[in-house]
Design a protein around this ligand. Structure first.
Ligand SMILES: [Zn+2]
Length: 87
């Protein structure tokens, strides 16, 4: 179940924790992965890994949890368009 089901407070707390956890995360170099491997992207909300099949159609910007928060209006685009902030 998505953390958003537990309410905004819980979702914002979880987002903060994800950001802390991912602060020093090493980015995955997709070009070094064998052919057919899933692709890794950074979530622009929490910097967490987003894993998509190699045949992905469009590059996701947000992980599932951050996307759910955005859909609820709890995560809004900041002036830096590559970045999301919570309200
Ligand atoms: Zn995220």
């Amino acid at each position: 179940m998505a953390i958003t089901a537990q309410g905004k407070e819980a979702a914002l707390k979880a987002l903060k924790e994800r950001r802390e956890k991912n602060k020093d995360k090493e980015a995955v170099d997709n070009s070094k992965l064998p052919a057919g491997s899933p692709m890794y992207f950074d979530c622009i909300g929490c910097n967490g890994n987003i894993v998509v099949p190699e045949s992905y159609m469009s590059r996701p910007k947000l992980c599932g949890e951050c996307q759910a928060m955005k859909d609820l209006g709890w995560l809004v685009a900041s002036p830096r368009k590559d970045h999301y902030e919570h309200q």
